[in-house]
Ligand binder design. Structure first.
Ligand SMILES: [Zn+2]
Length: 201
């Protein structure tokens, strides 16, 4: 369940000393309060939506929204809006969102560095996640590392989603047949985007 919606926070209240209540006629009884509305998800503020003002008469308790206000009271509402800045904390959810994206980009970059290292210095037991020509995904595992060539065993199974690859990376799924692959071929596969990940356990 995702809980989201909008809330309002109080920004500023001013007493309108020189104005008269349009309902009861009391002089100096109106208080104009301005609120900043913001969208939230799980009560984490995402971004501001806008500002609203209401006036309340301390005498007769009549409450007016900005669209119901007589022009002279509305003028205070407009002035409040121009004078109040949006609270910066209302952007905290957006800030978190951008931090998360930046963090994702950073860890992705680290992954790529690691893969480049694995590719340069392969080890027995490395598992390559491979996108085949047919658009399916499978793996092959390095069993021996030579100067120019590697011995690998292919997985007997394929999956149609990257997210399912881990399910077929099991000891019993690897073929007993040994294939030779040159380091150059492997690097070409990686450069061509056929290798989606390299795992070293
Ligand atoms: Zn009143």
């Amino acid at each position: 369940m995702i809980i989201y919606g909008s809330r309002a926070s109080h920004v500023k209240s001013v007493q309108l000393d020189v104005e008269t209540c349009p309902h009861c006629g009391t002089h100096g009884s109106l208080v104009l309060s301005t609120y900043a509305r913001y969208a939230h998800v799980f009560w984490i503020p995402l971004f501001p939506i806008g500002r609203v003002s209401v006036s309340e008469c301390r005498h007769c308790r009549q409450v007016l929204e900005s669209k119901q206000m007589p022009a002279q009271i509305k003028a205070y509402h407009e002035r409040n809006l121009s004078e109040t800045r949006l609270p910066i904390w209302q952007f905290s959810g957006l800030a978190l969102f951008f931090i998360a994206i930046a963090f994702g980009a950073y860890t992705n970059g680290q992954d790529k560095d690691e893969q480049a290292q694995f590719l340069k210095a392969p080890k027995s037991g490395d598992v390559y996640e491979w996108k085949t020509k047919a658009g399916a995904y499978t793996t092959f595992r390095v069993s021996e590392v030579g100067t120019d060539t590697l011995k690998v065993h292919f997985n007997n199974y394929e999956v149609n989603k990257i997210s399912g690859i881990y399910q077929i990376d099991k000891e019993e799924n690897y073929s007993d047949t040994t294939y030779q692959i040159t380091r150059t071929e492997l690097q070409q596969m990686y450069a061509g985007g056929e290798i989606v990940d390299i795992n070293r356990h």
